[in-house]
Design a binder for this molecule. Structure first.
Ligand code: GAR
Length: 195
């Protein structure tokens, strides 16, 4: 049997996407990879509690240099940005080339790039008046939200939606399904040496 791909999940906030990956590991949707570290740039992030209560090691990010060293020490093969709201430098991205994936709460190339994160993305979609939005999982390169797309799923916008209501629907109908699926697929490919 192939060894499981060692995964670090990077978070900044509530960590519902982290929870979706943890749940997918438990239910057998993810079998090719294993979260061995959760990294946060915010010491108080609730996501850290989710990690701790599932017995997963946590690490608070200080400098990128120190983080790169930590990830190497831990033998991390795949970095998953799950609500990590800080832009990573080209040096970090180069250190883990084709080994970083991100979930974004819109259909890229709409409502993405610098400044488009979290609830703002849904505010932008509602302000524009689009009738369909969604989520995207993509590889991370040096262009914010510009790397190759792995999965996308559309979600309807309904009359009377607030940013909060829309965020919840996009999470439930798209993010929490797509991200575990992508984590399994990319972990399996890394395990088989395909990427
Ligand atoms: C999620 O909606 C995620 O797609 C978004 O932040 C939220 C984090 O929620 N990420 C971005 O906007 C990245 N540009 P979570 O902490 O509950 O997973």
């Amino acid at each position: 049997m192939l060894k499981k791909t060692r995964i670090a999940v990077m978070v900044s906030g509530g960590g519902t996407n982290l929870q979706a990956i943890i749940d997918a590991q438990k239910s057998g949707i993810i079998t090719s990879g294993e979260i061995t570290l959760v990294v946060s740039n915010k010491p108080g992030a609730y996501a850290l509690e989710r990690a701790a209560s599932n017995g997963i090691d946590t690490y608070i990010m200080d400098t990128e240099e120190a983080l790169i060293e930590k990830l190497r020490e831990e033998g991390i093969q795949l970095v998953v940005l799950a609500g990590f709201l800080k832009i990573l430098s080209p040096t970090f991205i180069k250190a883990f080339e084709n080994r970083i994936i991100n979930i974004h709460p819109s259909l890229i190339p709409s409502f993405c790039g610098k400044g488009a994160y979290g609830l703002h993305v849904h505010e932008m979609a509602l302000e524009y008046g689009v009738k369909v939005t969604g989520a995207t999982v993509h590889f991370v390169n040096e262009i914010p939200d510009g790397g190759a797309i792995i999965y996308q799923k559309a979600v309807e916008i309904l009359d009377g939606d607030t940013p909060e209501v829309l965020q919840k629907r996009v999470m439930e109908e798209a993010e929490w399904i797509l991200l575990p699926r992508a984590v399994e697929e990319i972990s399996a490919k890394i395990g088989r040496g395909e990427i």
